[in-house]
Design a protein. Sequence first.
Length: 359
Amino acid sequence: MYNEIEFIFNQMGYEKLSLNVTEPHVNIKLVNTDINTDAEGYVIVTLDETSGIRYTDLQLGHISRQIRNFLMDRNCYLYHFLYIFISSKTPPSSLLDNEVCLWHIKPAQPGLFVYGNILPMYGGLKKAIEEYLGSYSYNTGNSKTYTHNPANNCKQYINSPMAANTCLVIINVIIFILTDFLTKPANGALFIDKGSLSWNLVINNHQYYRIITSMFLHAGADHIFNNAIVLFFIGNYVEQYAGKVKYLIIYFLSGIIAGCTSMIYNMLQYNYTESIGASGAIFGIMGSLLCILLIRHRQADKIDLQRVIFMAFLSLYGGFTSQGVDNAAHIGGFLGGLFITFILFGINSNSGRKAGTNQ
């Protein structure tokens, strides 16, 4: 079946790599090959078991080392692996890992089964293969939703929202309902007062927990609605790229930095105001998304860099022109998310030139 999809690789600029074995099939595309720029490699390893060959973990490790040696011989130290497994059987255990980008094609059930996160640089390839296989896709490990298109009489499975981001949205909504909606106003206000952010209470009374609790409290339905909508859509993109653990690190550290920035600003202004809301962490996710696009702008598939910059500017401008908005937290969260993401991925990309990434 490889011969049937090889033309897609050729159309998208991937060249066939000859190894000392006839299979698996390896296609590589090198970018940033200018004299003053380090090359970056995108690797597709197609394991076609319909030809009768069965692959072991040991064989896959040997093949991976051959590919790495090939890339390093061409001064390419930053590379990304995509495995396409064509078989009716379960993929090898070494590939069933969230850190491995793996697509599974079952010949008897034409469609694309996606394991783990979809790396942005392979988004266009995924769409082309799905169209060739009949617009049928499936994302493993997540709940399934589908839409029926009567025009071509086929089912298209849509990737479910990212798990960690969805949990954060749900937690924020549940806490809002418990503190603002299901309880009496006095009790709701009491809960908020106990969890709101105040530099005086944090520093003088050592109530450090307020830095975290204030991130999950909201004042009014419009406050939680706006934050939940923005977090749901922007957070999905960031988690898809960063993965669950790093996404949560970015979210919470951004929120903490936003809270600390707010406290420092209010303390210098001798302002004893208290603040609540997830906006600081959300601005951190917005800064993270901007950083990801700046680092991997050539690989972005559906996200437009100019739109993200405009959205960030518009959000910050709206805060400065509105009353009762903690702009210090917004700016601190935005810069914090951008800086944290650079630490996690920007520096990691530079070190990846020595060790490689995303096998």
